[in-house]
Structures are given as C-alpha cells and as structure tokens.
Write a protein that binds this ligand. Structure first.
Ligand code: 13P
Length: 271
C-alpha cells in the first residue's frame, strides 16, 4: 500500500492532565476549530487518564473522535493492585491504548518485555495498541539511535508475530486503522522540551522502523503500518513532519491540551 493510502492519525496524549469539568468545554472548542474536510481525512484519538475516560468517551462519541487509555495491564484480572485490564477498558468501549510511553518506561519500570506482553493482550482484545519507542538523548549522542529503536520495535513485533497474523483480526476502529497496531516514534529528548526532532531526523527513523517492521511482519503489513511522530509537535512544525513519506501522524502531548492548537494540527494534513 502506498503512503497515500495511510490515513493520517492525530493522537493527543493528555498524560496526567484534564479535570472532568474541563473535558466538555475542551471538545466544544476543539470541534469548533475543525473543518468538515479534516474530519473526513484525519483520524483523531485522545488518550485520557483512566478516571477521565468515560467523560471523554461521552464527549467523543457524538463528535466522531476515538478514545484511548494511556496504559493497560497484560492480565485480564487478578491481584494487580492499581492496574486496569484490557477487558475493563473494552467494557467501557475503549478500543485503543498507548503502550510503553517513555514516561512509563522511565518512571514505572516498563520494559520491552512488558510492552510486548501488553501489546499482544491489547490485540487479542481487539484493541489498537499505540506502541511508543524512542531513544534517550545519550543514545542519540552516542550514535545508537537505530540500535535502540530497532531493538524496541523488534521486541514488540516479534511477540506479535509469534501470536499469529494480525490480519486475522476483525477491523474495528475508525477508518482504515491497519490491522490494529500503530507505532509512535518519540525521541525522549524531544518530549516536553520544545526541541522537536527535525523532519529529516524523524523521517530517517520512521523509514527505519518501517523497514524493521517489514522484516518481521512482511512488507504488506509494513506498508500499511501507521507510524506517528511525537516530541514537541506543535502547530508550527506539524506540517513539515507530516509531509515526510513515512510520518503518518502525530502523538501530541502539550499541544493536545490546547483545543485551538490541536485543532490546527488536525487541519494541517488535509490542507
Ligand atoms: P510533547 O508533545 O508535550 O512533547 O509530548 C509528547 C508525548 O510524550 C506524547 O506522547
């Protein structure tokens, strides 16, 4: 499938932000900032904190936006205090989740192994995992970006491969979300720093991720795989990023909390 067939996906990661009372006003402003053409041409997803998911779903359902969790546990139930399972999320109607965000890897001991287990669990539960990968500043400086990112991608996609083909999955989520898996490349040094990767830096890692995905799951899968960029994406730099052949959308932190900014970012790809 050519790049043109990959529908852009703009995902907001609210992280540990957004009070309940802020949600409806956010969506009123956000929807007002979008035009009809963008709504058709771009998939929009919001990753909300667990306790805000129901209110976010209520606001998103009527407006045609999708909702994700920010994490999921790999078991369906059991003695895992403080965790939430995929079946609990799907009970609510949530069909997507971030997995392995760098903040979870950094502060909550998430590993390639747990990321792989969570990803397989999400897929088995007909959820779309948005799997986050990316190198630390030291790793970029020491020239090991491709090794680090390659290893992260390989760990998760090999686990997926060992579970059987993704194409056996039913289609379930807006538009053409491919075979229920999205990868987000988020260089850790670019997250929340205002220091975005350049379009060239991002494109070369995205192309590399697609190559690795092709080696593991085949070129048909890799050609359809949506790879998002995250890290200080904003209304000023998103168009350049999305113009790259292997950048299929954005995973947006800070700017996704500002309805006008995020709406502007969702309009850009269709311009
Ligand atoms: P910022 O857009 O705030 O840099 O955050 C990126 C991110 O971590 C999205 O998951």
């Amino acid at each position: 499938m050519s790049a043109a067939k990959r529908k852009k996906l703009l995902a907001g990661n609210w992280k540990m932000n957004m009070r309940l009372a802020e949600i409806e006003p956010f969506f009123t402003a956000f929807a007002a900032g979008l035009d009809a053409a963008s709504r058709q041409q771009v998939d929009v997803l919001f990753a909300a904190p667990f306790t805000q998911i129901q209110a976010t779903l209520a606001a998103c359902r009527a407006r045609g936006f999708a909702v994700a969790a920010q994490n999921v546990h790999f078991e369906a139930s059991g003695a895992f205090t403080g965790e939430v399972s995929a079946v609990m999320l799907t009970d609510l109607g949530v069909r997507s989740t971030l997995i392995g965000h760098s903040e979870r890897r950094q502060y909550f001991a998430e590993t390639d192994e747990s990321v792989a287990k969570k990803t397989v669990t999400a897929i088995k539960n007909a959820m779309t995992p948005v799997v986050c990968v990316g190198e630390l500043l030291e790793e970029r400086k020491s020239g090991s970006t491709f090794e680090v990112v390659g290893h992260q991608v390989e760990a998760v996609l090999t686990a997926v491969k060992n579970q059987g083909p993704l194409k056996d999955r039913e289609a379930f989520y807006p538009g053409d979300l491919t075979d229920g898996l999205v990868i987000a490349y988020e260089p850790v040094w670019a997250i929340g720093t205002g220091l975005s990767a350049t379009t060239e830096q991002a494109q070369e890692v995205h192309a590399f991720i697609r190559k690795v995905a092709g080696e593991i799951l085949g070129n048909d899968f890799a050609g359809k795989l949506r790879i998002l960029y995250g890290g200080s994406a904003n209304p000023g730099n998103i168009a350049g990023l999305l113009a790259q052949p292997d950048i299929d959308g954005g995973l947006v932190g800070g700017a996704s909390l500002k309805p006008g900014d995020f709406a502007a970012m969702c309009i850009t790809p269709s311009a």
